[in-house]
Design a protein around this ligand. Structure first.
Ligand code: GLY
Length: 254
């Protein structure tokens, strides 16, 4: 199902210690703690599960799926989300790797260090052979962020959104600004009005620039017909992967 595809696809990035922006090996907050945000939204029931500031658990999107499937809530946060994960059978583990700890120590001892450092997220949208849509998003958030900061990724309509009648969208970029615009909800609503996935992504991001923000923000979207699209604003290139029976490729918007 698309729900399994999004969970397992995102797990790949979460479990990769070389990926410094998602899950295990993600860069920590200013105090050296790795915290993760994730959401998964499932079209057939218009249901979502999410975790914010989740600590010491390696597969945040899978905990988000447990929130979706095992509770009547949508978002759990912090140590209480960790306690929920443990109850669901997840193991508490150190998420700092030798490499990420060394990078944090280097940042900390630099007297001119910046408050935080922008980096990436994994977002994924899938549609399965039954026509069911799932969207998800997972990140360790901004490196060196203030303790307790939660970004856009676990917020329904910001990090990811889907509507089984229309399609889905997922976001990456400057979450502090992006969550002020609910860009994935907006993208799905633009597709409902008849725009192609790419047009819908572009139009959503335009809301951000129209208000005068100059930030990096990127969206991917898939519609009910299985057509996909993407767009970005800001200077950073946006690599994204598309996979369907006819296509398996990585594209980069520069
Ligand atoms: N978009 C990821 C974050 O800002 O945390």
């Amino acid at each position: 199902t698309s729900l399994d595809a999004v969970e397992k696809g995102i797990n790949n990035a979460e479990l990769d210690p070389e990926n410094s922006s998602v899950g295990f090996g993600g860069l920590p907050d200013e105090d050296g703690e790795v915290t993760n945000d994730a959401v998964i939204m499932w079209g057939p029931k218009h249901a979502a599960g999410a975790v914010g500031c989740l600590k010491r658990i390696k597969r945040p999107i899978s905990v988000a799926r447990k929130v979706l499937e095992k509770t009547r809530h949508t978002l759990l946060v912090g140590d209480d989300a960790t306690a929920f994960a443990v109850k669901m059978g997840f193991k508490e583990e150190e998420l700092l790797t030798e490499k990420s700890r060394a990078r944090w120590e280097e940042w900390k001892k630099n007297p001119k260090h910046t408050d935080f450092w922008n980096h990436d997220t994994i977002g994924m949208v899938a549609i399965d052979k039954n026509g069911d849509v799932t969207a998800g998003c997972s990140t360790s958030g901004l490196a060196w962020k203030i303790r307790g900061r939660v970004g856009d990724s676990p917020i329904v309509g910001s990090g990811a959104y889907c509507d089984n009648d229309v399609g889905g969208a997922a976001a990456t970029g400057n979450g502090d600004v992006m969550m002020r615009f609910c860009p994935t909800l907006l993208t799905v609503e633009f597709m409902r009005q008849g725009m192609s996935p790419t047009e819908a992504c572009e139009k959503s991001l335009q809301r951000i620039t129209d208000k005068g923000y100059r930030v990096s923000a990127c969206l991917v979207a898939v519609n009910k017909k299985g057509e996909s699209g993407a767009a970005k604003i800001g200077v950073r290139p946006f690599p994204h992967a598309i996979r369907n029976p006819a296509l398996d490729e990585v594209r980069t918007i520069r």
